[in-house]
Design a protein around this ligand. Structure first.
Ligand code: ADP
Ligand code: MG
Length: 241
């Protein structure tokens, strides 16, 4: 394995990337809900751990117990890596409701807390699943752009490699204001497509961009298996419409 690259843990995807993700890159994984972002990020995490990398995994949507249990279902036991401190697993609540007087107030310090954690717990691999709340909690597009670019340059200054998931908006298929698409070095896009006879939904993946390295541009089909995500070598379901 090329030392300058990190395997994604998914052989078909590594093949599309001619080996894996470039170390030092910030790679985005964009897709609608249920498209496999969390699963793919856990698969990449487990592979990075077993390859000997120190990792920081920040979850904004699942508890530690849930992540440990669900990973085990695919044969990925992350607990020993938490115990030996190779993995820092941080489960955060992007927003909380606090009772003040008789009213509930929404409070959040997520846009400060997330960069603080990334900078304090410096690890070779940083995974954030998802970054969506961080963007939504900014007051406007300018703030979200500058905060996201600030976070990404901090990751690069720390010589880390990042894998960051983001929710695609249903109508457009891209993230809010396309900020993640714009700010990342590389972008993996997950989509669901309906077969021509409308009988099934197929999951597909495409590398929309990957700066500095050679990569495939074709759309490939993938599936969820008991061992995680498997990317197939060809795409053979006809699209409808
Ligand atoms: N073993 C499995 N067999 C079939 N489908 C699975 C399996 N594991 C996960 N899935 C599918 O994975 C999806 C959840 O993926 P997830 O990574 O949570 O998506 P996202 O994070 O993009 O919302 C579910 O919609 C489910 O259909
Ligand atoms: Mg998810």
């Amino acid at each position: 394995m090329d030392e300058s690259k990190l395997s994604t843990g998914i052989s078909g995807l590594d093949e599309m990337l001619y080996g894996g993700i470039n170390r030092g890159n910030v790679v985005g994984l964009v897709g609608p809900p249920g498209s496999g972002k969390t699963l793919m990020s856990l698969q990449f995490l487990y592979k990075s751990l077993t390859d000997g990398n120190n990792c920081l995994y920040i979850s904004g949507s699942h508890s530690e117990r849930e992540l440990v249990l669900q990973s085990k279902r695919y044969g990925w036991d992350i607990e020993p890596y938490i115990e030996n401190k190779q993995l820092a697993l941080m489960c955060l609540k992007p927003v909380q409701f606090v009772l003040r007087g008789e009213e509930f107030h929404l409070v959040s310090n997520y846009t400060d807390e997330l960069p603080r954690i990334v900078n304090e717990i410096k690890k070779e691999v940083v995974i954030i699943d998802p970054i969506t709340d961080f963007i939504m909690l900014c007051k406007n597009e300018i703030e979200s752009r500058s905060r996201l670019l600030g976070l990404f340059s901090m990751i690069k200054d720390n010589n880390s490699t990042a894998f960051i998931t983001a929710e695609a908006e249903a109508a457009s298929g891209i993230t809010k204001n396309a900020i993640v698409e714009y700010a990342t070095d590389g972008l993996l896009v997950l989509r669901r497509v309906q077969s021509q006879d409308l009988s099934e939904i197929t999951h597909v993946i495409q590398i929309a961009k990957m700066r500095w390295i050679k990569h495939m541009r074709e759309i490939r089909q993938f599936d969820f298996t008991d061992n995680g995500i498997e990317v197939y070598s060809r795409y053979d379901v006809l699209l409808s419409g």
